[in-house]
Design a protein around this ligand. Structure first.
Ligand SMILES: [Zn+2]
Ligand SMILES: [Zn+2]
Length: 156
């Protein structure tokens, strides 16, 4: 796969994802609705080692329903929220906000989660799994992504 590139709205933050994301999903939780100012967020989980970023970002820690919290990283100049890290697991991955890809159409959500708080006008696609709360990645991610994650964890 050709690298996925992206960045913030003002252009000072630019990044590359050098390998295909492990998984992309839409989250309809109220936290994601609030931080995006929209109905849901699209998140792509990528290996930290596949992610290269240039430009100044700042981060803030916010609460999550798990209680573990997460850090969101945004452009110091324009405030575009570019990526985040969830503390619930210590996996060597981070999550890119897929709407910041230069060509966001190259990724498609493989699941919709936290649909219990989904906006009532949104129609879920018939051919994509959805979950009222979080998903179990062992049941949702492609086998090769689970294998890659295992390899990343094993390597430390
Ligand atoms: Zn910016
Ligand atoms: Zn969410």
């Amino acid at each position: 796969m050709a690298a996925l590139t992206g960045g913030c709205a003002c252009g000072r933050v630019r990044y590359r994802v050098n390998e295909a994301p492990l998984f992309t999903y839409a989250c309809h939780c109220t936290d994601c609705q609030r931080t995006t100012g929209s109905a849901f967020v699209i998140h792509s989980t990528v290996a930290k080692e596949d992610f290269e970023i240039e430009g100044d970002t700042q981060s803030v820690t916010l609460p999550t329903s798990s209680g573990a919290g997460y850090d969101i990283h945004f452009c110091c100049n324009c405030g575009t929220y570019v990526w985040c890290i969830y503390h619930v697991r210590a996996d060597p991955v981070l999550i890119v906000r897929s709407g910041t890809f230069d060509d966001a159409a190259r990724v498609t959500p493989g699941a919709h989660i936290f649909t219990a708080s989904m906006q009532p006008w949104f129609k879920l696609p018939d051919d994509v799994p959805s979950f009222p709360q979080a998903f179990d990645r062992n049941l949702t991610w492609p086998a090769e992504s689970l294998q890659k994650l295992d390899d990343l964890i094993a390597r430390g």
